[in-house]
Design a protein around this ligand. Structure first.
Ligand code: V47
Length: 354
């Protein structure tokens, strides 16, 4: 174990077995190691942005066991927003100073391709200053299959219609066996990686998530991180890694045991240590809880996502994020936890130190 700690302290890269062994370290040693890296990279800064999540439809052809949002499963209340409704949401959000819209939908086979795409050009035409982060690799794969397009064709359309960056959703867990069990039929791990590679090859940036705390084991988490680290070595296109804590309500996974806070913090710290080529580790307060996100700042995380305003995917499964966070409260929480709140844009340019 001493060799592993030495390697981390010297900034040397760890392999798969070493990554798995990190879980045997006590929480405080892991926290110290991750915090050293975080502090070397970002000092006392904690990044956030003023954003608005929009989930325009919950109608889904796929059946992921962990999902409580999809109307095809336990949620009988189907909805699909019109472009007018979406534009109204963006207009109101713009009035409140929102700088990014994060638009992620279910895989709705009934809307047509243009419903997915034209909303971006409409938003750009009316609000050219707002950054559009939209379409996960899972949605891109769905659109490619549904409309007989290549990934390149879907990606080129996204760019033509005004999408600025891609969110990290749909990654779940890359291990094929676990993935087959939790979300068979949607984008495969190789496809997810391929889509982000193609996006990066166009000089565009994206994020990467990992859904953990369900049926996966710690070696699956390390494998997931290493597949992302390999792609990042190749393209350098990822901004942040976002470990998403599985929310257990209203879905079909039936996981009895909830992750301990210790395991969540360990995973946060281990991701900071393993993903040496990722600039940012995001503690997504929606799934970790706000309190644990604040503590995560001392365990490797340097980003707390944003104010969000409204969120439907995780809140459907029990997260307390349906109504986002007030900006002043968010800033105070970061300050009171001893960090400097730095408002950033979607690509991590610093906008304002609060
Ligand atoms: O891909 C679905 C996850 C993701 C559950 O890129 C669940 O900046 C927990 O990707 N428990 C969507 N998670 C959210 C997402 C995201 C969030 C914030 C920032 C960014 C970014 C991306 O939510 C899905 C899926 O992995 N999810 N159900 C659940 N029961």
């Amino acid at each position: 174990m001493k060799t592993i700690i030495d390697k981390v302290e010297k900034g040397q890269r760890l392999g798969f077995e070493e990554g798995v062994r990190l879980y045997d370290l006590d929480l405080f040693t892991l926290g110290r190691l991750a915090n050293e890296i975080r502090t070397r990279m970002w000092g006392n800064k904690s990044f956030f942005n003023i954003n608005r999540h929009i989930n325009p439809t919950n109608v889904c052809k796929d059946v992921c066991k962990f999902c409580a949002f999809s109307a095809s499963r336990k949620n009988p209340n189907q909805y699909t927003m019109s472009h007018e409704e979406i534009l109204k949401i963006v207009e109101e959000a713009d009035g409140r100073g929102v700088k990014e819209v994060h638009i992620v939908s279910a895989h709705n086979p009934n809307t047509g391709l243009e419903w997915y795409m034209e909303i971006f050009s409409k938003i750009k035409a009316a609000f050219p200053h707002i950054h559009i982060k939209a379409l996960t690799a899972a949605e891109i794969n769905f659109l490619a299959e549904a409309y007989d397009l290549s990934y390149d064709e879907v990606i080129d359309r996204m760019i033509d219609y005004g999408v600025d960056s891609m969110p990290g959703g749909g990654a779940e867990i890359f291990d094929e066996k676990v993935r087959d069990y939790i979300c068979k039929g949607k984008v495969t791990s190789d496809q997810w990686i391929d889509i982000h590679r193609r996006w990066h090859q166009r000089g565009r940036e994206s994020n990467a998530t990992m859904l953990f705390g369900h049926v996966e084991e710690k070696q699956h988490r390390i494998d997931h991180m290493l597949r992302l680290r390999d792609l990042q070595d190749e393209t350098g296109g990822f901004n942040s890694f976002i470990p998403l804590v599985y929310q257990r309500e209203n879905n079909f996974l039936n996981v009895e045991k909830f992750l301990s806070s210790q395991e969540i913090l360990k995973t946060m710290a281990i991701s900071r240590i393993m993903l040496d080529n990722f600039p940012h580790i995001k503690a997504y307060w929606v799934t970790s809880t706000v309190n644990l996100a604040l503590v995560s700042q001392e365990f490797g995380a340097d980003d707390l996502d944003g104010t969000i305003e409204r969120e439907s995917i995780n809140s459907a499964a029990g997260a307390g994020s349906a109504h986002g966070m007030q900006l002043d409260a968010f800033v105070s929480l970061i300050k009171n936890s001893g960090y400097t709140p730095v408002e950033r844009d979607s690509l991590y340019h610093e906008l304002k130190v609060w």
